[in-house]
Design a protein around this ligand. Structure first.
Ligand code: ATP
Ligand code: MG
Length: 493
């Protein structure tokens, strides 16, 4: 790719970017949120029309903004924001537009399709029913379906835009095995991720972008993490995890004997004011389900909940919010944001009561709050009127954060709060979590990134198959111990 340029109203997304990727290499694309990585890849895939520049694949020029031409040239892409059709089955999604034909013209060979789909999924080592509806899958499972879909196309250039943001260590390992075998077969893999440690495991070369420009290409084996961060952020970063300084106060939340048939089994724990508790576990271990049950988003079969020492029955998220609970969902696209609305509306939507006097909404107060929070979180946008769908992935995540910071909740549940967030902004979010704890809030943080769990938590709970399988003090546990517990050995009590 040479001199690729792309502007949007008020934003220069790409400003003459060059990228050269070789056959049989894993080429990492690195840059802060909003640097232009996804846009560059959409140009490659023909999904976005470039304003200038040229794309050559095997020396052949590829036409402007023509997805089919890019596909014919061998480009397959896993988009950061999933592109699955929710009401279709997994198999339908895998073979959309290129379904195997049946015996009669116009018929789809369902049997073959389902069989091939389960073979693809099995190759990735995941047990997902090919006939399940995509809408019924969790984020991690959807991500695996996206991966399977990209792999089922015989690609020569495979783009993975944050394929691991919702995956845990095990699934990532499996994915890496697949990537390595593709590389050995001569496929060029372009890999985008904000999980810095994995870049060194999987990447051969790295191209760093900043503010829509190319700032450097390096061989990964020859450079250090600090060097990459400096290239990417334009400055060195200080300590990533802030010191734990919050004083713990009285009990803020207590859960006893929480059950949801087939999902959660007899869960009991408590959170204190000022405490950050990490919730670790594998995909499907029930972490998100636990959060949803507490928040009243799913009904429970048994169990009791106390907030600030008072027994409460939470039947809906609306009631949970009124009781002082906040829940930052992992699925920002479906549950965290209204994509077609702007930043201001998204931050204030769950808290209109705060900006209302005598039934009348004060847009000025809502705008002030949204403005303050987006500056604080450094959301990269030309203005508060920008529709959220147009923000880069990481900046969308920051808007979800802003939404919950705009309210004084006593208990905050964060489900993968740094999913898709760049290193610099991650450090800021860690500071923020520490600050919230310092203000006396209780925080339950679900995360699949072990360094994050270990670096931030005062206490760590581990889930395994819907049970609480272990509890550790932060700072007194190794990653291996956590993993062991998450894998279910020793067996859950
Ligand atoms: N359709 C659009 N309309 C307006 N602005 C856009 C659009 N698509 C992207 N942008 C802007 O272009 C810039 C680059 O966005 P891009 O999604 O490429 O960033 P990124 O490097 O992938 O970031 P992230 O790590 O957060 O995913 C951002 O400022 C973004 O807001
Ligand atoms: Mg992106």
């Amino acid at each position: 790719m040479r001199g690729i340029a792309k502007r949007y109203p008020g934003v220069v997304a790409l400003d003459g970017v060059d990228l050269e990727v070789r056959r049989g290499e894993v080429h990492v694309l690195l840059g802060e949120n909003g640097a232009g990585k996804s846009t560059l890849m959409k140009v490659l895939a023909g999904a976005v029309r470039r304003d200038a520049g040229e794309v050559r694949i095997d020396g052949e020029a590829v036409a402007l903004g023509d997805p089919r031409a890019a596909q014919r040239a061998g480009v397959s892409i896993i988009y950061q924001e999933f592109n699955l059709v929710p009401h279709l089955s997994v198999a339908d999604n895998l073979y959309l537009g290129r379904e195997p034909r049946g015996a009669w013209p116009g018929l789809i060979d369902q049997k073959t399709m389902v069989r091939d789909a389960s073979r693809q999924l099995a190759a990735l080592g995941v047990s997902i029913d090919p006939q399940a509806r995509v809408a019924d899958l969790g984020v991690a499972e959807q991500q695996m379906v996206e991966v399977a879909k990209a792999l089922s196309i015989d690609a020569r250039i495979l783009v993975m835009d944050e394929p691991t943001s919702a995956l845990t260590e095990q699934e990532i390992e499996r994915l890496f095995t697949v990537i390595r075998s593709l590389r050995a077969r001569g496929v060029a893999v372009i890999y985008i991720s904000h999980r810095m440690e994995e870049l060194f495991q999987i990447g051969d070369r790295v191209t760093v972008m900043r503010d829509g420009r190319h700032v450097g290409t390096r061989v990964l084996a020859d450079c250090t993490m600090d060097e990459l961060v400096r290239l990417m952020v334009g400055r060195a970063l200080t300590e990533q995890f802030p010191a734990r300084t919050a004083r713990q106060g009285e009990e803020a939340l207590r859960v006893e004997g929480l059950c949801r048939r087939g999902v959660l089994h007899d869960i009991s724990f408590s959170l204190r004011r000022g405490e950050v508790v990490g919730l670790a576990g594998l995909m499907g271990s029930g972490r998100t389900e636990l959060a949803r049950a507490i928040f009243g988003a799913d009904p429970i079969d048994a169990g009791r909940i106390w907030l600030r020492g008072r027994a409460v029955t939470i039947r809906s998220p609306r009631q949970a919010i009124r009781e002082g609970l906040g829940f930052l969902t992992e699925d920002r696209k479906r549950q965290g944001l209204v994509l077609c609305r702007d930043i201001e509306e998204n931050t204030s939507l769950a808290h209109l009561d705060r900006f209302t006097r005598a039934g009348v909404l004060s847009p000025r107060r809502a705008a002030e709050t949204a403005g303050r929070l987006t500056t604080e979180l450094r959301v990269k946008t030309p203005g508060l009127g920008q529709r959220v769908v147009n923000l880069s992935g990481g900046n969308q995540q920051k808007v979800v954060l802003a939404k919950w910071l705009c309210r004084e909740a006593d208990v905050l549940i964060f489900d993968e709060p740094t999913r898709g967030i760049d290193v610099g902004a991650k450090a800021e979010i860690y500071q923020l979590i520490q600050r919230l704890a310092g203000e006396g809030r209780a925080i339950l943080m679900i995360s699949s990134e072990l360094p994050e769990i270990l670096g931030l938590s005062d206490r760590i709970l581990v889930m395994h198959r819907g049970h609480l399988a272990g509890e550790f003090r932060g700072g007194e546990v190794t990653p291996e111990q956590l993993l062991h517990c998450a894998l279910g050995s020793p067996p859950a009590p």
